[in-house]
Design a protein around this ligand. Structure first.
Ligand SMILES: [Zn+2]
Length: 85
């Protein structure tokens, strides 16, 4: 039970941080209104299905938590690291 509580705290911190980030980038309204899409599957991304955000060419890119999308982002990041070598 202790562990569950900890996880909840982490999720709350993440959500607060995410809100701040979205506010700063001017994307909070779009995010809340479901206008932010996963870069891979084009589904709306929200607080419950967002898996990660990364910055590509200066713009935040959003990825949902679908298994296929997580695999694609892993491949993409691997490629980017290789390009930087
Ligand atoms: Zn997706």
């Amino acid at each position: 039970m202790k562990r569950d509580k900890k996880k909840q705290v982490i999720e709350v911190i993440f959500e607060n941080y995410l809100k701040q980030f979205l506010q700063k980038t001017g994307l909070l309204d779009d995010f809340v209104n479901g206008k932010i899409k996963c870069i891979f599957c084009n589904n709306s991304v929200n607080f419950s299905n967002l898996s990660l955000i990364f910055i590509k060419e200066g713009n935040p890119v959003f990825v949902c938590d679908a298994q296929g999308c997580l695999e694609k982002v892993r491949d993409l990041l691997k490629k980017e690291v290789r390009n930087n070598d």
